[in-house]
Design a protein. Sequence first.
Length: 146
Amino acid sequence: MLARYGMQIVACPADTPIPGSFFGDSEAGLIGDRLYLRADTPLHSVLHEASHYICMDPARRAVLHTDAGGDYPEENGVCYLQILLADQIPGMGRARMLADMDAWGYSFRLGSARAWFEQDATDARDWLREHGLTDDLDRPTWARRG
């Protein structure tokens, strides 16, 4: 799925540091078009970092190393897109992604990822459409931000 966005997955050996990981431990890492992970990397972390790569502008993508950066509207788009991408993975889906996001500690003003996604994410949805990352039916377009 992530190859459609031009990303390469790099599996790291167990118990070794993950290159490009902003949060450390088992969290996914980004360096250029490579997404680093281990067998114990949570899927929400993989999709969050992948969504950063997809949502960032080409100038930041060209020098990407560890810190994806971005502003609040982009971060909201990242969170929304990772939920949509979860629906593309058998056995994951948005319900599990929303629960995983809450368990990890994502914070939303309505108290949960589900409440945010269902009731308060219009700005994120609009941002993704504006940048051509989702279509009018809220489906990924498989394009990166240009």
